[in-house]
Design a protein around this ligand. Sequence first.
Ligand SMILES: Nc1ncnc2c1ncn2[C@@H]1O[C@H](COP(=O)(O)OP(=O)(O)OP(=O)(O)O)[C@@H](O)[C@H]1O
Length: 255
Amino acid sequence: MEILTVKNLKKIYTTRFGGNKVEALSNISFSVEEGEYVAIMGESGSGKTTLLNILASLDKPTSGQVLLKGDNISSMKEKNLATFRREHLGFVFQDFNLLDTFSLKDNIFLPLVLSGKNYKNMNDRLIPIAKNLGISHLLDKFPYEVSGGEKQRTAVARALITDPDIVLADEPTGALDSKSTGQLLDIFSDINDKGQTILMVTHSTKSASHAKRVLFIKDGEIFHQIYKGELTNAQMYEKISNTLTLIATGGSRNE
Ligand SMILES: Nc1ncnc2c1ncn2[C@@H]1O[C@H](COP(=O)(O)OP(=O)(O)OP(=O)(O)O)[C@@H](O)[C@H]1O
């Protein structure tokens, strides 16, 4: 089943005072099936963040549609969007976005508190997720008391606690050292194996090599895509590197 359908997205930024227009996305179409793990790559300025913001319903496209399980989020009213985001989407950001004055547990509970869930219900959900992410012993600590990798695992727990249709991750390993990066990528593969749909924007070839499909954006369009299939992470890494070189050297996708 298709979870996410993106149809002919165009985004033109108009600078203030009616100045220059920037076409960040010119015509993007793709879909994500339930249970997929997709990475989106592209050079700096290719439109990745713009695309993710539109998928996250944080920004509106100039034209085109984003359907999540058939609901057109690009035409949804602002007042319904916050609830929609909370109930259907999970977010993982490069810089964790945890609240410093909340314990890790309260950070993870936040989306459930906002949805009006009771404590027992929240705790029942938290226990298996925290165990799976290896943070059960840290739940009463505050963000400043734990490592970057532990913060990011907390952010993943917060993303998963609402059982979202899709996890949207923006450069999730960008602020992590290589050991924590490895742990986070293992966690993403593990939750994906258990059925969680993931869409991740990343510059990191290593991170993308864990995904089952990689989409490449160039000049505001999907330039190419690679399926992992039976490839190992190392083979996928090489295939992605070759495609990035092709993009950087201005080659065509058929070369
Ligand atoms: N708010 C904005 N107003 C005007 N132009 C913008 C705005 N945000 C992004 N752009 C432009 O749109 C294009 C795409 O930017 P975007 O941030 O989506 O790229 P990116 O692929 O995420 O880049 P990076 O990898 O460096 O984060 C760029 O040319 C950028 O300068």
